[in-house]
Design a protein around this ligand. Structure first.
Ligand code: FES
Length: 145
């Protein structure tokens, strides 16, 4: 059985490659970044393939992206209320980015914006909301999916 620390160490190499993979299409398209983006957080996988992260990694009024085969956006819109959505943009499938201190998610490809509190589109070209992901809080450990 693996510990959270062992799983996190294995994921570091994957997570380190994510920012370059997300930034490259935007760089090639010549688009500019309007706001700093927060780096994806490290999580661990459950036996059923879900993600687990420490609730302290999601400050009140913000969202984080949990990297993985199916990245998830997790937000805490109000104290103690955690919500999660697929982090895959509904326009053309790019992973959206979290903004520090905000619950707005921004797609780096074409600029769509989503509410991490509701999953709803705030700005197009995307027209469909992000898919909801179940999240449970057990003693400060969030299980996603
Ligand atoms: S892929 Fe996200 S806005 Fe186009």
């Amino acid at each position: 059985m693996s510990t959270l620390g062992e799983i996190s160490a294995n994921r570091r190499a994957v997570i380190a490659a994510v920012p370059a993979a997300v930034a490259l299409p935007c760089f090639l398209a010549g688009c500019a970044s309007e706001a700093p983006k927060s780096a994806p957080v490290e999580g661990s996988s459950t036996a059923t393939g879900g993600h687990q992260i420490d609730a302290t990694e999601v400050p009140v009024g913000s969202a984080v992206i949990v990297a993985g085969a199916k990245p998830v956006a997790v937000a805490q819109p109000t104290a103690g209320q955690f919500v999660a959505f697929s982090a895959t943009c509904t326009h053309r499938g790019t992973t959206v980015a979290a903004q520090p201190g905000s619950t707005t998610l921004v797609c780096p490809s074409h600029g769509s914006q989503f509410s991490a509190a509701t999953g709803q589109v705030l700005k197009g070209p995307a027209t469909a909301p992000l898919a909801s992901v179940p999240v449970t809080d057990a003693n400060g450990v969030l299980t996603l999916g």
